[in-house]
Design a binder for this molecule. Structure first.
Ligand code: C5P
Length: 228
């Protein structure tokens, strides 16, 4: 069976990663969560004081230190799930915090940050057999991907899902705060100059506002089988 590249893009908290992980596992493909990479760079900026206590981001300082950032995905020994490592430290939990979510979109709008991460992502997918999710996978990272999906859902649906996830992880957040973050990230991600979030012309739009996980998976798996 031939191996293909599957690009899954869309707004924040549309459930891209849940479906991408499941699809990768069913197809025995590699799964890459590119949002985790932008989040890890953001965490680095916070740890280094490149984002200061007032929340100001020193772009030039971050660009200067980009070569000190080493990212790796390694499987968790118990669950087998891939987790993000920043300079050999497991940061999987920390990168999902609201603090990181609050700063990630401005960090992801920096040209040099994107250039560095896109290069790594393209190298990971050079042999195909990959499901990658993000914002610019079908437009910039793999414009020739054989299957492209663009996931959407209403901001309220997405914020409700994210709110539930954060509560389950024990974060003290309010629903309005999460909704505001989701809307703000959508705004910055879609209006930035470099690689804005847009639907690739050849992507299938997939609105999952009223769809359970099982139905989503079945439909998307079916799309993949038509292409493979
Ligand atoms: O997918 P996730 O919500 O974890 O992504 C976090 C942020 O990383 C997004 O809001 C966006 O600003 C940025 N991102 C990006 N390009 C990607 C993946 C994520 O700009 N390919």
């Amino acid at each position: 069976m031939r191996k293909i590249t599957i690009a899954i893009d869309g707004y924040s908290s549309t459930g891209k990663s849940t479906i991408a992980k499941r699809l990768a596992s069913a197809l025995n493909y590699i799964y890459v969560d590119t949002g985790a990479m932008y989040r890890a760079v953001t965490l680095f900026a916070l740890q280094e004081g490149i984002i200061n206590d007032k929340g100001e981001l020193d772009k030039a300082a971050l660009v200067d230190k980009l070569s000190e950032i080493h990212l790796k995905f390694l499987p968790n020994k118990q669950t087998g799930r891939s987790e993000m490592f920043l300079n050999d430290e497991n940061v999987e939990q920390e990168i999902r915090s609201m603090r990181v979510s609050g700063f990630v979109s401005p960090v992801a709008a920096i040209k040099e940050v994107r250039e560095k991460l896109v290069k790594i992502q393209q190298a990971m997918g050079k042999d195909k057999g990959i499901v990658m999710d993000g914002r610019d996978i079908g437009t910039v990272v793999f414009p020739d991907a054989e299957l492209k999906l663009f996931m959407t859902a209403s901001p309220e649906t997405r914020a409700a899902r994210r709110y539930k996830e954060l509560l389950e992880k024990g974060e003290k957040v309010s629903y309005p705060e999460v909704l505001k973050n989701v809307e703000e990230r959508d705004r910055i991600d879609s209006t930035r100059t470099i690689s804005p979030l847009t639907q690739a012309k050849d992507a299938i739009e997939f609105d999952n506002s009223d769809m359970g996980l099982e139905e989503q998976f079945e439909r998307i798996y079916d799309y993949s089988q038509r292409v493979i």
